[in-house]
Design a binder for this molecule. Structure first.
Ligand code: BGC
Length: 913
């Protein structure tokens, strides 16, 4: 019995018990009414019990579980109430849907009474199963609104006298509460980054908050429940604020307190006036702080009581004194609730080794390239002793850190001891991309006990897992996971180490799918789509980096990623909201591209298929392709943009636009083929791997020419000794197209090469995250060692080796397409993908010609399953004929597989190749 089967049996047993108990409790109503289905994991806006959201029609979802195969929902009923007690009594005073005949169990927009700022709503749901039997109500969930309108925010943005440039700032506010507290919320936006304390306690676990944005357009605020941190009597708020991406500190916050007698009071950042007491400000011991540069902290400058309800001491040095904070010019953007998961410390690691390249210099190796920082622990030394930490991805031959590829990012943190007993320290307002930490100035000899590595990122959940019999494949998957994880920093960054860390839109075009197979990106990319919109120009053009800092404006036409966010969030989560919200901006971007396309041929491009192996790139270290024409890539993406816009217009019921853009797409396709299809050779553009695989992916190949194109592709790969010649974009298409068109073994061979260029080559050269270039480079210049743009090999693992795909015509994994490719060099694959309906699980193994395929399809969904098998051989399911098993029927034989349509449930197929 496989572990999977055992796990399912356990789950089955547990469910049986639940069902038995449920049946028992409903006996009075009669056995016939008991359902085998139950609703759990009630989510609102993709979150469990969120507070501080500002969606006016928050979307509700739930997961159904069942003890039987072939289960689905036929109706649902949602109750929303203003109190827990009312909900328990089924008094739905806010919204009652009644019984809605519908299979929809995700993304149901709230349509009840108008929602009020700062108010909590309680809800539950029950469903009817396929036999029309009602389940019990789910456990209750809740959501709580944030501050919905600008007028809910009182007070001002506060700042400081200008002579503290570079310092982090302490803000302090003392106030008193004279009644007992029922509840209290803090709403806060501290730019660039803040850390909130109340009465000496750090509040929450967000770090590097809020997420980066175009601050003149939009600023994210966070909401904290501070009921337990406040008390009757004297209280104090302390906030330390750093520069972050904004550049200098500014603070806006508000605490709303509800007392047990139901009266309310708000405390907020404001200049002194009749109703508020003073906010005070001073320079903190953070002497310098910068995202790229690092943080310098002098513990001798600590200011006692900065976050306590005490009177603040006057220091001897006037510049270090507390001053009244003053209102400052607002950053400009509207305050909106942060949608994406906050950045958090996700893991703490112990360094693997320490070396001493020269006296007093200690180099710690974490064994893993990552993003975050280091904490110094158990420090004892004289006041004024300064410890520095320099961060780097690689070492110089002499064993010291090599920071040359960080360009102007000095990536150095420093701590000066106060000399007061045992000390510890970690930075707050910087982060680094590194594997090595070089410690200098340490009092004594540091050991691994003196340093902890903090792995930091936006706290997205994993979206699944992938393991196989091939250790190299597993190591590649791990390498991509770490790279992706290092680059989720409220925006999808290109790299975490050098003076860049920007949301490069060209990389994201292919990275997005990989990112969504590895992490649940619904919230993160919803927020990022807003960021892109904020960077859009009046002429419709978007920017190469988002929020825009660098790179071209208008963006390269290969920056398809903006539209792909709309499309892939729809595919992965059934989300139509992003398409609706962004449709006009998508269209404006497409119209901009059109304005640059006389005769349907787009006339510009900058990066194209960026960063192919050196021999295929422009000379002199350029990352631009020598062989794949820039305008060919631009034109392909122009066609793709028109096509995506047309599809998204259909999704949100704009049939005229759908028709219009599909006609324009057809014209762009024709222009693409007229210019780039080479009928003599049977290939696109230069007939290389990138051109042919991209054309194939776009599905533009002239009818009847597919076979020649595939032959050319395969021949090219063979000529390059089964290695790729592609850059950041076409690498994805190469692996996918070879797999889909009869050359799955070739794709796998490319993916598992251990010689240059390839992922195995990176691993053989000590990589633990993906490089920016296929070459092993160090020193100055363009050579990040933690760059996700080459990571599409991981989505290839999930989509082709595990075979887990959403069905574009029934999105959100309501209907999945399970199509594993069994390739030479793999004996088994075990993968899961977490969908809004529950987990899809795949587990296949083969012994000689025999294949076992275990598939789990979530309740309320169906799937088309490709069971790899030779023609006219018998496929069994759970040891029985597929003809006699309910919930499954044979569709057709296709490309080496027998294809079945299956209902929800778990199936064990056996077949012969
Ligand atoms: C970024 C890349 C991006 C490129 C485009 C680089 O600096 O790091 O990820 O693709 O610029 O020019």
């Amino acid at each position: 019995m496989t572990t999977n089967t055992r796990a399912s049996l356990c789950r089955f047993g547990y469910l049986l018990l639940l069902v038995f108990l449920a049946d028992w409790s409903t006996t009075a109503k009669g056995w016939a009414q008991a359902s085998h289905v139950s609703a759990s994991e009630v989510l609102c806006e993709y979150r469990k019990d969120p507070i501080g959201i500002d969606a006016l029609h928050p979307r509700l979802s739930w997961v159904l579980t069942a003890s039987q195969q072939s289960e689905k929902q036929t109706a649902y009923e949602i109750l929303v109430a203003s109190s827990k007690e009312a909900l328990a009594e089924n008094q739905a005073d806010i919204w009652e849907t009644g019984k809605v005949i519908s299979a929809q169990s995700i993304q149901i927009p709230f349509q009840g009474k108008s929602l009020q700022s700062g108010t909590r709503y309680y809800w539950k749901v029950r469903v009817w199963d396929k036999e029309g039997r009602a389940t019990d109500f789910s456990e209750p969930g809740y959501w709580e609104m944030g501050l919905l309108s600008a007028s809910d925010w009182q007070g001002d943005w506060m700042g400081y006298p200008p002579n503290w440039n570079g310092r982090g700032l302490y803000f302090h506010y003392a106030f008193s509460l004279d009644r007992e507290i029922l509840s209290a919320r803090a709403y806060i936006a501290g730019l660039g980054y803040y850390e909130l304390h109340i009465n000496g306690q750090r509040i929450g676990d967000h770090v590097l908050d809020p997420g980066m944005s175009s601050y003149e357009k939009r600023i994210f605020y966070s909401t904290y429940d501070v009921t337990n941190e406040l008390k009757s009597g004297a209280n104090a708020i302390g906030v330390v604020v750093g520069n972050g991406w904004y550049g200098f500190p500014k603070l806006r916050m508000q605490v709303n307190v509800t007392f047990k007698d139901h009266t309310q009071k708000s405390f907020y950042t404001a200049g002194m006036n009749a109703t508020s007491t003073a906010w005070q400000v001073t320079a903190s011991p953070i002497m310098q702080n910068s995202v790229y540069g690092g943080e310098i902290y002098d513990a001798r400058m600590e200011k006692k009581g900065w976050d306590q309800p005490v009177s603040l001491p006057a220091p001897a040095d006037r510049t270090e004194a507390w001053f009244y904070a003053v209102p400052v010019s607002p950053p400009g953007g509207v305050l909106v609730a942060q949608i994406a998961e906050p950045i958090k410390i996700m893991q703490t690691l112990v360094p693997k080794t320490v070396s001493t390249p020269s006296s007093g210099i200690y180099v710690f190796d974490t064994g893993q390239n990552l993003a975050g920082w280091a904490e110094l622990l158990y420090l004892r030394g004289a006041a004024g002793t300064k410890i520095t930490m320099k961060f780097a991805e690689t070492l110089r031959p002499d064993g010291t850190v090599d920071q040359r590829n960080l360009r102007t990012a000095t990536a150095t943190d420093a701590y000066t001891l106060s000399g007061d007993g045992e000390e510890k320290w970690e930075p707050r307002f910087t982060y680094h991309g590194f594997r090595y930490v070089q410690v200098e100035g340490f009092p004594g000899i540091p050991t691994a006990d003196n340093i902890r590595i903090k792995v930091v990122r936006s706290s997205l959940d994993d979206a699944g897992s992938f393991f196989s019999s091939n250790e190299l494949v597993n190591r590649i998957q791990k390498m991509v996971w770490w790279t992706e994880a290092s680059n989720l920093y409220s925006i999808p960054t290109d790299c975490p180490q050098r003076d860049e860390r920007m949301g490069w839109m060209n990389d994201l075009t292919v990275r997005l799918e990989e990112s969504l197979y590895n992490f649940n990106g619904a919230r993160f990319y919803t927020q990022f789509a807003d960021d892109v919109q904020d960077s859009q120009d009046a002429n419709g053009s978007i920017t190469d980096t988002v929020p825009w800092q660098y790179g071209s404006k208008p963006a390269d036409p290969v920056d398809e990623s903006y539209m792909l966010i709309g499309w892939l969030l729809y595919q992965n989560y059934g989300d139509t909201e992003v398409i609706k919200e962004h449709y006009d901006s998508f269209r404006a971007w497409v119209e901009y591209l059109r304005s640059r396309s006389p005769s349907n041929l787009i006339n510009y491009g900058y990066y194209g298929d960026w960063s192919s192996p050196e021999a295929f790139s422009q000379p002199g270290g350029s990352a631009e392709s020598k062989d794949t024409p820039l305008l060919f890539m631009s034109q392909g993406y122009y066609f793709y943009a028109l096509q995506l816009l047309s599809r998204m217009a259909s999704v949100i019921d704009k049939p005229e636009d759908a028709k219009h853009y599909s006609e324009l797409a057809e014209q762009a396709r024709k222009a693409f083929n007229d210019k780039y299809w080479d009928g003599r050779k049977g290939g696109y553009a230069t007939n290389n791997q990138a051109s042919n695989s991209f054309g194939f992916y776009l599905n533009t190949v002239p009818a009847g020419e597919e076979a020649r194109l595939v032959q050319n592709l395969e021949r090219d790969v063979e000529q390059h000794n089964w290695h790729l010649t592609t850059g950041n974009l076409a690498t994805k298409y190469l692996l996918e197209m070879l797999s889909e068109h009869g050359h799955a073994n070739t794709a796998f061979r490319i993916a598992t090469q251990t010689t240059y260029p390839g992922w195995g080559y990176m691993l053989n050269n000590d990589a633990t995250t993906l490089w920016e270039r296929w070459e092993l480079l160090s020193g100055e210049g363009m050579n990040s060692h933690n760059h996700p743009m080459m990571g599409s090999v991981s989505s290839y693992f999930y989509k082709y080796l595990a075979g887990i795909n959403s069905d574009p015509s029934v999105p959100g994994f309501k209907h999945s397409i399970i199509h594993p490719y069994i390739v030479d060099g793999l004996d088994w694959v075990k993968a899961t993908h977490h969908t809004m309906y529950g987990d899809i699980a795949i587990n296949w193994d083969r012994k000689e010609k025999k294949v076992n395929l275990h598939v789990v399809i979530p309740v309320n969904t169906t799937a088309t399953v490709f069971v790899p098998s030779a023609e006219r051989t018998r496929v069994l399911v759970d040891g029985k004929s597929t003809n006699t098993t309910s919930g499954i029927h044979f569709l057709r034989m296709e490309a080496g597989s027998q294809v079945f349509e299956v209902d929800s449930g778990s199936y064990d197929f056996t077949s012969a190749l």
